[in-house]
Design a protein around this ligand. Structure first.
Ligand SMILES: NC(=O)c1ccc[n+]([C@@H]2O[C@H](COP(=O)([O-])OP(=O)(O)OC[C@H]3O[C@@H](n4cnc5c(N)ncnc54)[C@H](O)[C@@H]3O)[C@@H](O)[C@H]2O)c1
Length: 362
């Protein structure tokens, strides 16, 4: 199969779909890989590394889309890429269709095959291609939230861990999945007082057993969340309903309950956000203020640490890329039910129920 790796062109997105090591594995199995020039540069992988792995380099994104049977990338295509996508071309990347109607319509019109990283499943229902980025985003959420609590950044001027004789900051993590667990773990490691809320009791039990003693678990309800806000310094939003738009766990009426200089980090912004006052921001301009409360809503948080993120992502995607290249998407999806769940749009038709439901098209 001919595989294409375009350079990511979304604002401040520095990751790349395949590493030189991944390219080598694919070529060893008899496939061809075309990489756009400088695609890996910002992740720390220069063109020469791809050349020595056996890739062909192409100067423009147009040439990569024109030659490839399968495109392997990181973020959803942006508007300037829509016209480059061809009928029957296989696109293997993050799409997050439920939060982007224009993208959904463009991909339907393209008649391409859209296999979305975020809905591929393992037999136990876990999401193997979301997990590595969620691990990065969860850890970063605490790092960035901590930064914006500093006074020069507009925050309350609170040190997360406090010092002897001075209380630490209070961190409320909403959603105790992969992002929430990693955010809570980092915050706890820095010495904060942490509360983590979820609606799943089995998950709360697991979190209770696996997080340190300075993390308390809480059942997630509006009543319980409201009760915590008056003395919370940092709120991290990390809820997910797979494939659907995130529910609002923090409404606009709740914002005044937080003190000025508090920080909200909405990691779920890539699914539309789980705070009612959230709108997507970028690494170039990551925050805005409402009622004196700082909102950090970067939709591609792992893009800020592209070296770590690219390695973590490609560790997880490579086995699927190899199967898709060896077998073709139809046979690969027949062989692996979890991979088939990644199919969101196939040749002009939405095949993933939650995406159709998100736009009332079901
Ligand atoms: N912004 C970014 O760069 C970035 C990066 C990675 C992941 N994400 C997003 O972060 C979100 C979380 O991802 P994840 O991998 O942790 O998902 P996950 O499925 O592991 O966890 C989601 C958790 O939310 C819980 N939940 C659902 N409804 C809830 C509610 N009302 N209150 C509290 N908890 C609730 C679920 O029970 C589950 O434990 C997703 O939207 C994901 O797309 C964003």
């Amino acid at each position: 199969m001919i595989i294409g790796v375009p350079k990511e062109i979304k604002n401040n997105e520095n990751r790349v779909g395949l590493t030189p090591a991944g390219v080598k594995e694919i070529i060893m199995r008899g496939h061809q890989v075309y990489v756009q020039q400088s695609a890996g540069l910002n992740s720390g992988f220069p063109d020469e590394a791809y050349l020595s792995a056996g890739a062909n380099l192409l100067p423009t994104i147009e040439e990569v889309y024109a030659v490839a049977e399968m495109i392997v990338k990181v973020k959803e295509p942006i508007a300037s890429e829509y016209p480059l996508i061809r009928e029957n071309q296989l696109l293997f990347t993050y799409f997050h269709f439920a939060s982007d109607e224009n993208l959904t319509k463009a991909m339907i019109a393209s008649k391409a095959v859209c296999l979305a990283y975020e809905t591929v499943e393992k037999p136990d229902g876990s999401l193997p291609l979301l997990i590595p980025m969620s691990e990065v985003a969860g850890r970063m959420a605490t790092q960035e939230g901590t930064r914006f609590l500093e006074k020069p950044q507009g925050g309350k001027g609170i040190l997360l861990g406090g010092v002897p004789g001075v209380k630490p900051a209070k961190v409320l993590v909403l959603g105790g999945g992969i992002v929430g667990f990693n955010a809570a773990k980092m915050a706890a490691g820095l010495g904060a007082e942490v509360i983590i809320a979820d609606i799943s009791l089995p998950r709360l039990r697991w979190l209770n057993e696996n997080l340190p003693a300075n993390v308390k678990t809480l059942y997630s309800s509006s009543h319980n969340i409201e009760g915590e806000l008056h003395d919370t310094d940092l709120v991290i939003g990390a809820v997910l309903i797979p494939g659907a738009k995130a529910p609002y766990v923090l409404t606009k009426e709740m914002i005044p309950l937080l003190k000025k200089g508090s920080v909200l980090v909405d990691v779920a912004i890539d699914q539309g956000g789980c705070f009612e006052t959230s709108h997507a921001t970028t690494h170039a301009n990551p925050v805005y203020e409402i009622n004196g409360v700082i909102h950090y809503c970067v939709a591609n948080i792992p893009g800020a640490v592209p070296h770590t993120s690219t390695l973590a992502l490609t560790n997880a995607t490579l086995p699927y890329v190899i199967t898709l290249a060896n077998e073709g998407w139809e046979k690969a999806c027949e062989m692996d039910h979890g991979l088939r769940l990644g199919l969101n749009i196939v040749k002009g038709k939405i095949v993933y129920q939650a995406v159709a439901e998100a736009f009332g098209w079901a």
